[in-house]
Design a protein around this ligand. Structure first.
Ligand code: BES
Ligand code: MN
Ligand code: ZN
Length: 477
């Protein structure tokens, strides 16, 4: 989609509807209300944003998403939209509040995110054929053009990265294997100043990654422990770790058949890290970032781990594997320990880690855990700006007895109570004293319900926007 910025004359306002002529139409302007009136003003879509006092960037994103899909359904191919030049009392915009550049970014994101479709495997050529080819943002104040263009470009980079992450997660397990994730990482190396190295099964075994290799035992697909490094700045790196289980069958502790097909998105964390690193490179952020994707299938093959097996993690700690379906924390434990080699300034991990997180928060919030108030605060601020909601959860030591093993240092499950917390507390054992945040994205990574304004069904690409915003804020300091 081509994105342009053009000037427009200042229109007179008539009630809630800005219009040039004497035409009056019935339109209340409530949030997400849309109305096309082909007779009076052909080709015009009226889009409700609700009360000005309650306007937020995410409402703009949603409204533009709704407009874009409505226009596509009506057969339109081009959109021109006036840039909102208003104040945002309900947005905590951080330093300097919400700028025109932020508004342009949100508008572009809304459109690109909403128009996403996953139809690589549809052979019927009539399906969803219509495409929006052009989006023009109209500004009244010429002096704002440059910042609007900048915001639009950022919005384009970010939304395209989210959509790429969505595609990776929507791809089925027979296509999106650990080797394919490796290829995706290598593609970034071609286009951007990002270096990539990959540990094969034998390398990971030789290093002593007994937990990650334990998970990978049951699959014939070669596991790939993928490390990306972007050196846009000097100093200690930020470590971004993404759970990358390309299919989670549960292993010997096999999952029930119902909804098991969805477990192709168990690599959503890894996809988010790839997307965020790509955008960081596009924006040339002056940061040092290390991305780690411990990719593997979790399958019940002949060599698979048995429940009761004890594995030795890279850290030296031993883990009794009570349930082979609690594989994410095993992969992440070794990835966290591995990241410590880089002496990171902070570790952020993203993982579709627990079903308990879906029970606790449903589809609309990421569970946020961490050991450092400043880092938690920074992530929360990025969350407010992006509309990717996070909700803080405790990782208190009171829960530790649930993951203490009789025969090893730790067990990989803590029973049903507080399932997300005990999973986070398990990870915490490997973090040492580095500032760390764990984002459980199990609930938000997949939209199994109706499409939302800018979130179609299937993978949501969760985490990309949140990570990018965090990185932008960090770079701006
Ligand atoms: N990938 C799943 C978690 C998950 C469940 C993500 C539903 C998205 C939707 C994870 O590997 C898992 O199976 N967790 C188990 C842990 C349990 C065995 C302690 C779970 O949550 O049931
Ligand atoms: Mn599992
Ligand atoms: Zn899993």
């Amino acid at each position: 989609m081509e994105i342009k910025v053009a000037s427009r004359p200042l229109l007179k306002r008539r009630g809630n509807v800005p219009c040039g002529g004497e035409t009056l139409i019935k339109f209340s302007g409530k949030f997400l209300e849309t109305r096309t009136d082909g007779k009076t003003i052909p080709g015009t879509l009226f889009l409700g944003l609700g009360s000005e006092k309650e306007l937020t960037l995410d409402k703009i994103r949603q409204a533009m998403g709704k407009a874009a899909t409505t226009i596509r359904e009506a057969g339109g191919t081009k959109i021109a939209a006036p840039l909102l030049e208003t104040k945002f009392p309900s947005d905590k915009g951080g330093k300097g509040g919400v700028s025109v550049s932020d508004i342009a970014q949100a508008m572009v994101e809304g459109v690109i995110l909403a128009l996403y479709q996953f139809n690589l495997y549809k052979t019927d050529p009539d399906l969803d054929k219509n495409e929006i080819k052009e989006l023009t943002l109209l500004v009244t104040d010429r002096s704002k053009k440059a910042s609007v263009l900048k915001g639009a470009l950022h919005g384009q980079w970010i939304a395209n990265a989210v959509n790429s992450a969505r595609t990776l997660c929507n791809l089925p397990g027979n296509v999106l294997t650990p080797s394919r994730m490796e290829q995706e990482a290598l593609r970034l190396r071609k286009e951007y100043p990002i270096s990539v190295s990959v540990l094969e099964r034998s390398d990971a075994e030789a290093l002593g990654m007994g937990a990650y290799c334990g998970v990978a035992r049951g699959t014939a697909e070669p596991p790939k422990f993928i490390i990306l490094e972007y050196k846009g700045g000097k100093g200690k790196p930020i470590a971004l770790i993404g759970k990358s289980v390309t299919f989670d069958s549960g292993g010997i502790s096999l999952k029930p058949a119902e909804n098991m097909e969805q477990m192709k998105y168990d690599m959503s964390g890894g996809a988010a890290v790839l997307g965020a690193m790509k955008v960081a490179a596009q924006m040339k952020l002056p940061l040092h970032i290390v991305g780690i994707l411990p990719a593997t299938d979790n399958m019940p093959g002949g060599k698979a781990m048995h429940p009761g097996d004890i594995v030795k993690t890279l850290s030296g700690k031993t883990v009794e594997v009570i349930n082979t379906d609690a594989e994410g924390r095993l992969c992440l434990a070794d990835a966290i320990t591995y990241s410590l080699r880089y002496k990171p300034y902070a570790i952020i991990d993203l993982a579709t880690l627990t079903g308990a997180c879906v029970v606790a928060l449903g589809q609309h919030a990421i569970a946020l855990f961490g050991n450092n108030a400043k880092l938690i605060e920074a992530i929360s601020l990025a969350s407010e700006k992006t509309g990717e909601k996070v909700w803080p959860m405790p990782v208190w030591d009171e829960y530790y007895s649930q993951i203490k093993s009789d025969v090893a240092d730790l067990k990989n499950t803590g029973g049903r109570p507080a399932g997300s917390i005990t999973a986070a507390l398990f990870l915490k054992q490997f973090v040492t004293d580095v500032p760390w945040v764990h984002l459980d994205i199990a609930g938000v990574a997949w939209n199994g319900d109706k499409p939302r304004p800018y979130t179609p069904k299937g993978s949501t690409g969760a985490g990309v926007r949140l990570l990018v915003q965090y990185l932008i804020d960090l770079a701006g300091k």
